[in-house]
Design a protein around this ligand. Structure first.
Ligand code: CTP
Ligand code: MG
Length: 232
């Protein structure tokens, strides 16, 4: 059976909210609860651990395991992994992506099972042309081949031994630099595959993102995932 770790211990500085971003109201309830609800629908997920700020552990929804997060995201993932008990594979998800539908978790888990990959990560093909600038921070050095670029999101699902090795063997520097866990797996030579996420799996970072998330939620009908992704 799988275990799911939701990281919700960030401060939400860019959102500018009073309390932790994961507890900001979205569709009339704390943002965190949307991810917990989606994960409860996923067959095979037995345990849900939520990493929260130490001062907000009582905000963990009933039936989840609360754990205090760390100073950086990877430390929060590590704390949640230590607290989750047995279970393999491991699903890691950001509370800041409250609109991830159950079907996305299911597709990532199914792909991990079918493939020989060490990890499968939700991602979206990049629609902008991406250019790299040189050391002056201004002059274009080259244009990247967009056809092969994916913007990486969560959920990310991992074979447990691979994630444990990546997180527990990483030095403090790598842990602080990691914006996603799959990067740590890549550093150890692991094979990571992408699975395409629906366009609405946005990350709530700024107040504009929160308004967009409200709009997308208001268009979601009961029993459905995100707009354009009805559940079978
Ligand atoms: N996160 C965490 N522990 C941290 C930092 C981040 O659990 N020490 C979580 C956040 O709660 C969020 C996810 O990691 O669900 C992605 O982080 P981000 O979007 O950067 O959220 P915040 O760190 O809260 O926002 P900001 O960077 O604007 O302060
Ligand atoms: Mg952050």
């Amino acid at each position: 059976m799988a275990v799911a770790l939701i990281v919700a211990a960030g401060r939400g500085e860019r959102l500018g909210s009073d309390g932790p971003k994961a507890l900001v109201a979205l569709g009339g309830r704390p943002m965190l609860e949307w991810s917990v609800d989606a994960l409860r629908l996923v067959a095979g997920v037995e345990t849900i651990v939520v990493a929260l700020p130490a001062s907000a552990l009582d905000a963990a929804p009933p039936g989840t395991i609360a754990v205090a997060g760390g100073a950086v995201r990877s430390e929060s993932v590590r704390a949640a992994l230590r607290a989750c008990g047995a279970g393999d594979p491991v699903v890691v998800h950001d509370a800041a992506r409250p609109l991830a539908p159950a079907s996305l978790f299911e597709r990532a888990l199914a792909r991990l099972e079918q493939s020989g990959a060490d990890a499968v990560i939700a991602a979206a093909p990049v629609s902008d042309t991406i250019k790299e600038v040189g050391a002056d921070g201004r002059t274009v050095a080259r244009t990247l081949d967009r056809a092969r670029l994916w913007a990486v999101q969560t959920p990310q699902v991992f074979r447990r031994d691979v994630l444990e090795r990546a997180l527990f063997d990483a030095g403090e520097e790598a842990l602080s630099a990691a914006t996603d866990d799959a990067w740590l797996v890549e550093q150890t030579g692991g094979v990571v595959e992408v699975v395409e996420a629906p366009a609405a799996n946005i990350k709530v970072t700024t107040p504009t993102d929160l308004r967009l998330a409200e709009l997308l939620l208001s268009e979601r009908r009961p029993g459905e995932g995100l707009v354009g992704e009805a559940r079978a």
